[in-house]
Design a protein around this ligand. Structure first.
Ligand code: GTP
Ligand code: MG
Length: 138
């Protein structure tokens, strides 16, 4: 069993979609073992997404991530990292498979409702950016 970091983005919290998104995780066999709602500052969003600092959309991305509440989560399950990315769907909702979170809910390539870690090292880093060990209950 594996853990991954997930974040429900401001476009989704604004539209009251937290429960519908969580149902998709749970239906796929992912267990939500930690969860909290936060409103990131632009600086915190920038720190979280610093791997994208050189990308042309970085400033827009940080603005967006600080534009409203997010829900930070730890998901646990068999192959959780890959499974979560499958449930999320492609970055651009236009390319996302039917039934995925981004196909059903995302508004655009930027405002795409969810984030999920892309590898074991980033999962570990992103989980510890938001959660202490005591806050994760498997
Ligand atoms: P994350 O799980 O959020 O990391 O998405 P991803 O791994 O599917 O995509 P990637 O890491 O390549 O990009 C990170 C985030 O930057 C995306 O989820 C989008 O929110 C945003 N992003 C990516 N490409 C674009 C773009 O062309 N324009 C804008 N505005 N945002 C983008
Ligand atoms: Mg990514």
């Amino acid at each position: 069993t594996e853990r991954t970091f997930s974040m429900i983005k401001p476009d989704a919290t604004k539209r009251n979609l937290t429960g519908k998104i969580n149902a998709k995780f749970e239906d796929a066999g992912l267990r939500i073992v930690a969860q909290k709602r936060l409103h990131l500052s632009k600086a915190q969003a920038g720190e979280f997404y610093k791997v994208h600092a050189e990308r042309p959309f970085y400033d827009e991305l940080c603005e967006f991530m600080a534009s409203g509440p997010v829900v930070a989560q730890v998901l646990e399950g068999e192959n959780a990292i890959a499974k979560n990315r499958e449930v999320m769907g492609a970055t651009n909702p236009a390319d996302a498979d039917e039934g995925t979170i981004r196909a059903d809910f995302a508004e655009s390539v930027g405002e795409n409702s969810v984030h999920g870690s892309d590898a074991p090292e980033t999962a570990k880093e992103e989980i510890s950016f938001f959660f202490s060990g005591l806050e994760i209950v498997g």
